[in-house]
Each structure stands twice: as structure tokens, then as C-alpha cells.
Ligand binder design. Structure first.
Ligand code: PDD
Length: 291
């Protein structure tokens, strides 16, 4: 039985009830975060909470985000995930429950804060080695996708379209630019330079993306933040996605056309290794602090 967090209480999932008037349910009026834990140790929790704080500020929802650090850790502990190699906490904040209006509730209501923890699995090494496929799908999202809102209908439609077309992932395209995936950021390698879309209102500023950029720079792997045109995809040496549950995920085929020689490339491989090494370093640091 899993324990979830709802508005200040830890309770069995079955006992967590949310009002049908909740503005998240009726209007998609909310934001969320997904934070990874490795062997019970949070990875970049501060960055995830910071992105959540920025989203809430933009939405004009008042909440003490600092207090959510403990919520994350306690959910991992209470759900027996302290030894899980890979786990995550999903956390969502909505504007709360109030009679339906398009404008904000005239009388302030408390936000609804809901979170749960669960284990997730990395793809088996052989699966990762084979690489993943993607198809291009029009990016039908709004113009503030840098805010991590719960309004994921365009993402869900795109992802399902990709699955229906026999691919593993959707690559969202806007005005001829390969923007990002339905749930991951997108990268290309061109003449040894790792390229990813700059942080504008058209991408989610992924935490994994940020860490991978730092790791690449530390390892002197050349990188550039610039838009990737769809026409460039055919000349890419490598393509990959980054995200909390995908980590560094090689993409070896787009729209049925192989990327390079169709195998996982050396830059993707190196960045995936560096990312794993960073996770181990964070775990070692946490162990040293607690001993
Ligand atoms: N998705 N782009 C989009 C559209 C995303 O939804 C996500 C995250 C990312 C990667 O961000 P990060 O590295 O911070 O996970 C990029 C989460 C995991 C989800 O919706 O489940």
C-alpha cells in the first residue's frame, strides 16, 4: 500500500481525496515536478524546487516551497524506497478548489499540494545499446512551455502519435525547429559539438539538460545552445534526449531514417557515463554527510 502526501498529511493513497472543484482537475491550473532519487538520495532536488518556485511565482500562487524538501524525503522513506536504485517523487500544486471561474478565485483558497513516490526502471543495458527511435510531430503546445504546467494534452497527443507510428519518442517541431521531446529535452551532435535548444519560452529548462551541459563543459566537450533545424537532422552525427526518467537516451533513428551509422555514438555514450558518475558522486557525498 502506498503512502501519499496531500495538503499537509501523509495518508494511504486510497484515502487521498481531491475536490471535484479543484482547479487542477477543471482547468489544468497547476504546476508539477518529477524529482529522481538514487538509492534514497535526491538528485538536484534544490533545482527542481527552484523551478517549481519560479512556476508558482509566475502563476501567483503563494507556497513555502522550502517545506517540500522534507515531503520528498519522507515519501521515499515511508514507501520503502530508500534502497531503490531508481525512484522518483511526483509533486503537483494547483490553485486549489473553488467554484469554477476562468479568473482566479475572488476569495483566496489554499493551493492543493499532492505528491507520491514510486520506483522506476532504467532500460536494460542491451536496450539502451540498441538506441531509441523518434518521429517528428508538430509542437502544438502554448508559448510558455518553460512553465512546467500540468496541461500536458499536446504532449500526450504527440507521445501517443509516436507510439501509434511505431516509434519510442516524439520529437516536437515548431517553425522548422526540432524543439524537444514530449517529456525530454533534445540534443544533436554536429562535427563533435553537442547542440541543444537555448532556454527560451519554447522549451522546458530541463534539470537533466542543465547538468549534462555542465558535465560536458567540465569535460571539455564542445557544446552550443542554439536551435536545431529539422533539415539538419540528416547530417547529425548523433542525436539524444535528456530528462529525469530518460537520463541520457540515445536516439538512433528519426522518421525512419538512421542517424549516422544507426548506432549509439561516442559523445552520447560519454555524456551518459559522466551523468552516471555524477549520480555516484552525489550518493557518495550524501553518505559522507550522514556518517
Ligand atoms: N518531464 N521537456 C519536457 C517537455 C518535459 O516534460 C521534461 C520532464 C523535460 C526534462 O526535464 P527534466 O530533466 O527536468 O526532467 C523536458 C517529466 C519527467 C515528466 O513529465 O514526467
Amino acid at each position: 500500500m502506498s503512502t501519499v502526501y496531500l495538503n499537509g498529511s501523509y495518508l494511504p493513497r486510497e484515502d487521498a481525496h481531491i475536490s471535484p472543484d479543484d482547479r487542477g482537475f477543471l482547468l489544468g491550473d497547476g504546476v508539477y515536478e518529477v524529482t529522481p532519487f538514487y538509492d534514497g538520495v535526491p538528485f538536484c532536488l534544490d533545482r527542481h524546487l527552484d523551478r517549481l518556485r519560479r512556476g508558482l511565482e509566475w502563476m501567483r500562487i503563494e507556497l513555502d516551497v522550502g517545506a517540500l524538501d522534507e515531503v520528498h524525503r519522507r515519501l521515499i522513506a515511508e514507501n520503502g524506497l530508500s534502497d531503490a536504485p531508481t525512484a522518483l517523487v511526483y509533486l503537483q500544486v494547483t490553485r486549489g478548489a473553488a467554484p469554477r471561474t476562468h479568473y482566479f478565485p475572488p476569495e483566496p483558497v489554499p493551493p492543493t499540494v499532492y505528491a507520491y513516490a514510486k520506483a522506476w526502471n532504467r532500460p536494460a543495458p542491451e536496450r539502451w545499446e540498441r538506441g531509441f527511435t523518434a518521429v517528428t510531430v508538430p509542437d502544438r503546445r502554448w508559448s510558455r512551455v518553460d512553465i512546467k504546467t500540468i496541461c500536458l494534452l499536446p504532449n500526450a497527443m504527440a507521445f501517443q502519435e509516436a507510439l501509434d507510428r511505431g516509434a519510442d519518442d516524439a520529437l516536437l517541431v515548431r517553425d522548422g525547429v526540432a524543439i524537444e521531446g514530449a517529456h525530454m529535452n533534445f540534443w544533436g551532435v554536429f562535427d563533435g559539438v553537442a547542440v541543444t535548444h537555448p532556454c527560451t519560452n519554447h522549451i522546458l529548462p530541463g534539470i537533466t539538460r542543465g547538468v549534462v551541459l555542465e558535465l560536458a563543459r567540465e569535460a571539455s566537450i564542445p557544446c552550443r545552445e542554439r536551435p536545431i533545424q529539422v533539415e539538419e537532422l540528416r547530417s547529425a552525427d548523433e542525436l539524444f534526449f535528456t530528462g529525469t526518467t530518460g537520463e541520457v537516451r540515445p536516439c538512433v533513428e528519426v522518421d525512419g531514417v538512421k542517424v549516422g551509422d544507426g548506432r549509439v555514438g561516442p559523445v552520447t555514450r560519454r555524456l551518459a557515463e559522466l551523468f552516471r558518475a555524477r549520480i555516484e558522486a552525489v550518493k557518495a557525498e550524501a553518505a559522507a554527510l550522514s556518517s
